[in-house]
Design a protein around this ligand. Structure first.
Ligand code: MG
Length: 161
């Protein structure tokens, strides 16, 4: 039985605005995130975690900042990575996500984010953890200059009789 583990990290700078996308869910925020796509740090980190587990190149290789990727939904990136998992004969065992930010507070949105990831990955919600992590005011993230996400994902090879 073969397992593969991957980690993903992403960060985007805050810009004037009033909403952000996290895990495919639009959330009111005191700023927006600067990005070529929709700036969803959770889905970007998740995509890189999956690609990393498979030993593939990263999200920037497959989805460079070209005109056709401008404003693109990050759900496309995750679906691309999910297809690669299936092609390689693996499935997602579980994933663990940390969102590093002072605002917005993640806890009230936690269940919605998990449900969104569950739909996107077609895995049950008990295989997904999402945590908000305050920076205690420290550093650029602590000063609300951006939002970062870290994701760890575990893949298992499918068994055939
Ligand atoms: Mg990104």
């Amino acid at each position: 039985m073969s397992y593969r583990i991957g980690q993903g990290f992403d960060i985007h700078r805050s810009v004037p605005g009033d909403r952000i996308k996290l895990a495919g869910v639009e959330i009111p925020a005191p700023f927006s995130l600067d990005a070529h796509s929709d700036g969803d740090v959770v889905l970007h980190a998740l995509t890189d975690a999956i690609l990393g587990a498979l030993g593939e190149k990263d999200i920037g290789f497959y989805f460079p900042p070209t005109p056709e990727n401008k404003g693109r939904s990050s759900q496309d990136f995750v679906l691309f990575a999910r297809r690669k998992v299936e092609e390689r004969g693996y499935f997602i065992v579980n994933l663990d996500c940390n969102i590093l930010c002072e605002e917005p507070k993640i806890q009230p949105w936690r269940d919605k984010l998990i449900e969104s990831l569950s739909r996107l990955l077609e895995i049950t919600t008990d295989r997904i953890a999402v945590k908000g992590r305050s920076l205690e005011g420290l550093g650029s993230l602590g000063q609300k200059k951006g939002i970062a996400a870290m994701v760890v994902v575990l893949l298992q090879e499918k068994q055939y009789d």
